[in-house]
Design a protein around this ligand. Structure first.
Ligand code: DPP
Ligand code: ZN
Length: 888
């Protein structure tokens, strides 16, 4: 595939003021008539008019009312080119498309209950000819026509302006969006749906109708999403002073959807996974995810829609910022510490490996082959971390002033990441020039921190060295003649110092006359920098990078004693958790070495660690204890995160070590786990919120430890938990444990779960997922068999994610099985899926990212499958880019 470069950006030569669309849906085809009121862009260079198109059949074409003669236009590939256009003109096209055959789920497509759209990033060109780029913003009016009995609901962006019936049982509706928008925010729906509505009155008194549309019969699963809409609206007013600007805010849920959800202006389209929830069908985690995704898409109304991206290289302008906003919302709505810990866990599981692999890219890449491949953990999650660092560096108030200034300057515009940084810089007075390196450099920086204590001078010194080695991205850019200058980052290190009793020390930096608090934001700018603390009586334990203040790897030679000290006393929840993770990582890597050396004992697990965990578990039950936080702390780093710590990954030894640790803890702390499990039982009516969910999380964590005991009594406990569960959180926890136990009850539970839930698609996804994540031998073959089960459908992204991606991305023992069957399974799916849905195929292909980190035998097996994929005829640009970079 051809590479597209940021440096080649030029403004559009023609602009669109008004789009009038007429979409008529019939069985087997749709006809789209578009009327574009256009004009030449005064600030651009001129040249022919070029309109993007994909899979369109052109039926007619006219300019200012006159049909265009054959010599006046041509197709370059699929781009419609018209050499001569006046300064202002009206272009009219009619095209025929085939939504029923649109298996890519990009553009207008058929799903079970009707027709839906997905236009980001470049789906609008699959609906009509258009300058399909985000810096072309136009006002849209859209009329839909469809069969009334089959598709009674007709929706598009904005406000309904007219509707009526036609002959042959058809009907129509016209919607008008008062805001100019880029085409990627266009949406329409023609479907049979049930709807629930409610109202929200904004601060300035606008009465907004909020509506959730779902497949018929699912209205009892909408309450939480509706509540989330209203919470989000309120929060954005309270925290950022941003109000809803339309009279209608609609969410439509659809079962076939490539992404999580889409922020189309006034008409969000959501994957059902992030809308539907009922206590017996959705877990606490599902409920929280719904909150977050609803908030995310709603927050896009300002950060993304009112102010959008100039080009797709700037994707993180809206995504990093909006993820940051939904994270802040999450921290305000739920436990701040647990929320942050889960984000850090996610970053390490997905973004750090991405940054260390063949697809490494800065949050604003300078080139891409297929933009759909750049909806990544880097652009989203690292992008949010970058915004968070600005927030930490300049402080909450200045950040808010920066946001205000950003909207004051850019409302209604399509802008760049520099525009955002400038607003933050101007509002805060902080020089952010060097900070911009975060937008241009790929890779996870490493901070090497060393401390010295001078008892005589009562001085404590931290010396910080930054490492930022080049990644394959920089090498590729250099090869392309675009060498990227690299330099040290500007970042905040939030820090505290603890004395031997666990008390925080007042912090006075060299040159200051008195201490300023017990927590400081140190600003790192140099490759090597020293921070000197005065008046320190005894050597402290440093709590570094509190709240995970920068997305970096931290190298500090913590002793076991220091880590247990931090686990017990740090006032920062993230660092208390982090200390436990560090401790566990060190122990597990010892275990890996022991297993590799042929040892079968567990003497690499120190008694101190077991004692520390026992104390931790106990801390949940004292006054002020936080069960949710304890549940997080009881969960050691995942196998994938451990793999990143190894020079050559040994998935069997990692799995062996982690399982040995879990089993040892289960045996040693059996009584404590059992007591906690019993103590945390509750007969309160279910609520997904707060404390109750935290207690459930800890109780289920205890259960999953107990499930490791190879004992009938413990297994009976798990089975009982499954049978008596009063909500999906508990059911799912028990089922996940049972899926890895080789006992008859496993099959009984899986069978009864499936027969109960076979008609509830999202619950069936859970059934597929627990089996994909099973630790039992034979899992790879089971996954392959499940692909032919009626519960699976390769055309449905959720099914592919639940079964195949879960297996490839989160079951490393089996995916990286030494027989190569995991790799072969992934390649088979990618090859089968690519012609149908390249975006989803490409996401599965990303599971090969880390193949070079494995031993030569596994590398050979992975390479064989990657080359087999690459050799396929007519590979999509999506998969070709991912596989090409993996093999580079
Ligand atoms: N729908 C995706 C998101 O909200 C892309 N905009 O992040
Ligand atoms: Zn987004």
């Amino acid at each position: 595939p051809a590479t597209i470069y940021l440096k080649d950006y030029t403004p559009p030569n023609c602009l669109v003021d008004q789009v009038t669309l007429d979409i008529s849906i019939h069985a087997g085809f749709a006809r789209v008539a578009a009327r574009l009121a256009m004009r030449r862009n005064p600030v651009s260079a001129g040249g022919p008019l070029k309109l993007d198109g994909e899979d369109l059949q052109l039926e007619s074409l006219s300019l200012d009312g006159q049909p265009l003669t054959a010599s006046a236009w041509r197709l370059e590939g699929e781009t419609l080119v018209i050499d001569e256009v006046p300064d202002a003109f009206v272009l009219e096209t009619v095209v025929r498309i085939d939504p029923d055959q649109n298996t890519q789920l990009s553009g207008l497509y058929r799903s079970k209950d009707g027709y839906f759209t997905q236009c980001e990033a470049q789906g609008f060109r699959r609906i009509t000819y258009y300058p399909d780029r985000p810096d072309v913003m136009a006002k849209f009016v859209c009329t839909l026509h469809a069969d009334k009995a089959s598709f009674p609901v007709l929706l598009a962006n904005g406000n309904p302006v007219a509707q009526g019936d036609e002959d042959n049982g058809r009907h129509w509706a016209t919607w008008e969006d008062p805001f100019a928008k880029p085409a990627y925010l266009f949406a329409c729906v023609a479907a049979k749906l049930d709807m629930v509505e409610d109202y929200y009155v904004t601060t300035s008194g606008r009465r907004v109708r909020c509506a959730v549309y779902v497949e018929p019969g699912k209205l009892d699963q909408c309450d939480h999403a509706m509540a989330a809409i209203k919470k989000s609206m309120k929060w954005d007013e309270d925290v950022f002073g941003l109000e809803m600007d339309l009279d209608h805010y609609m969410i439509v849920a659809v079962g076939d959807f490539n992404m999580g959800a889409m922020e189309n202006k006034g008409l969000n389209i959501f994957n059902t996974k992030y809308v539907l929830a009922r206590p017996d069908t959705a877990t606490d985690t599902d409920y929280q995810n719904i909150d977050r995704v609803v908030a995310h898409e709603y927050f896009h109304n300002w950060t993304g829609n009112r102010v959008t991206c100039r080009d797709w290289f700037q994707l993180s302008l809206k995504e990093g910022l909006t993820v940051f906003r939904d994270q802040q919302f999450g921290m305000d709505m739920h436990s701040a510490g647990v929320t942050r810990i889960q984000e850090v866990r996610g970053l390490r599981a997905a973004q750090f490996p991405e940054d260390a692999g063949p697809m490494a890219h800065p949050i604003r890449p300078a080139s891409y082959a297929e933009i759909n491949n750049f909806y990544t953990a880097t652009v989203y999650e690292k992008g949010a971390e970058v915004i968070r660092m600005i927030h930490t560096l300049i402080g909450k108030q200045a950040f808010r002033r920066g946001m205000d200034l950003y909207f004051q300057r850019h409302d209604g515009q399509a802008v760049t990441c520099e525009d955002f940084i400038s607003a933050m810089q101007d509002a805060s007075g902080k020089d952010l020039a060097q900070f911009q390196r975060w937008y241009n450099q790929a890779g996870t920086p490493k901070l090497v921190v060393r401390s010295q204590f001078d008892a005589a001078a009562r001085r404590y010194t931290l010396e910080v060295t930054q490492q930022f080695p080049a990644t394959p991205y920089e090498e590729r850019m250099t090869k392309d003649g675009l060498p990227q200058a690299r330099g040290p980052y500007h970042l905040p290190i939030v820090i505290g110092l603890l004395d031997g009793e666990g008390r925080e020390l007042p912090l006075r930096l060299e040159g200051e006359t008195s201490p300023v608090g017990t927590q400081r934001v140190l600003e790192l700018r140099e490759a090597q920098q020293r921070f000197v603390f005065e008046d320190v009586a005894t050597e402290p334990v440093p709590s570094l990078l509190r709240g995970f203040s920068a997305p970096v790897l931290l190298d500090y030679p913590y002793s076991t004693a220091q880590l247990t000290h931090l686990m017990a006393y740090d006032t920062d929840a993230v660092n208390r958790w982090e200390a436990g993770q560090r401790l566990a990582t060190g122990i597990l890597l010892e275990g890996v070495a022991a297993i590799q050396a042929g040892k079968t004992t567990n003497d690499w697990i120190p008694q101190d660690y077991i004692t520390a965990l026992a104390r931790l578990l106990g801390s949940a039950f004292v006054e002020g204890g936080d069960p949710a936080l304890v549940a997080e702390a009881l969960n050691p780093p995942s196998e994938n995160v451990l793999a990143e710590q190894m020079e050559v990954v040994d998935p069997d030894a990692i799995h062996g070590a982690r399982m040995t640790l879990l089993r040892t803890l289960a045996r040693e702390l059996r009584e404590a786990f059992l007591a906690a499990y019993l103590e945390l039982a509750s007969d309160e009516p279910y609520s997904p919120e707060g404390e109750q969910a935290g207690r459930r999380a800890l109780r289920n964590a205890c259960l999953s430890y107990l499930a490791q005991l190879d004992e009938a009594g413990a297994q009976a406990l798990v089975v009982g938990h499954f049978e008596q569960a009063g909500n999906m959180t508990d059911t799912f926890a028990a089922l996940a444990s049972l899926a890895s136990l080789d006992i008859p009850a496993r099959h009984v539970a899986l069978d009864s779960f499936y027969s109960k839930w076979r008609d509830e698609a999202l619950v069936v996804d859970k059934w597929l997922q627990v089996q994909a994540l099973s630790r039992l031998p034979g899992t790879t073959a089971d996954v392959r068999a499940l692909m032919t089960h009626p519960a699976f459908d390769i055309r449905n992204p959720n099914k592919v994610y639940a079964l195949v991606r879960a297996f490839c991305a989160a079951n490393p023992k089996h995916f990286h099985g030494a027989d190569g069957e995991g790799y072969r399974l992934a390649a088979d799916v990618i090859l089968q899926l690519d012609p149908m849905n390249p975006q989803v195929a490409s996401r599965i292909a990303r599971c090969f990212d880390r193949w070079r980190k494995f031993d030569p035998a596994r590398q050979a097996l992975a390479r064989q499958q990657l080359e087999r994929i690459r050799a396929a005829s007519s590979l999509s640009a999506d998969v070709a880019e991912v596989v090409g970079k993996a093999l580079e």
